[in-house]
Design a protein around this ligand. Structure first.
Ligand code: HEC
Length: 83
């Protein structure tokens, strides 16, 4: 019984840590790809739904932001999940 509790706590711990790392990766990606023309302040000031972020990021790509399809998806998901 005690082992079970330890195991559940351990699993929760692993999920929390991996969640934090993923969050960090997205912020790093935004810093790398989106701050050539303006600061992240401009980005984090916006609260948009996912389809709106899609439109904004596509506009940024027309301005000259260089993103792979995958990076674009990560950035849009991350920005849309911020409240
Ligand atoms: C090549 C330059 C460039 C890059 C790289 C760039 N932006 Fe922009 N961004 C602009 C310009 C220019 C504006 C202001 C004019 C406009 O809104 O089209 C802007 C404005 C914005 C705004 C203001 C809100 C709005 O609707 O206008 C947001 C949010 C934004 N950018 C997000 C991003 C994100 C997210 C990225 C990374 C994927 C990014 N930008 C990368 C040039 C860039």
């Amino acid at each position: 019984m005690k082992d079970m509790v330890t195991m559940v706590l351990f699993i929760l711990f692993v999920f929390t840590v991996s969640g934090c790392i993923r969050l960090n990766e997205n912020e790093k990606l935004i810093k790398k790809r989106c701050t050539r023309c303006h600061s992240t302040k401009r980005i984090y000031a916006e609260r948009r739904a996912k389809d709106e972020w899609n439109g904004i990021v596509e506009r940024m790509m027309r301005h000259g932001a260089k993103l792979s399809r995958q990076e674009k998806g990560h950035i849009i998901d991350y920005l849309a999940s911020k409240k």
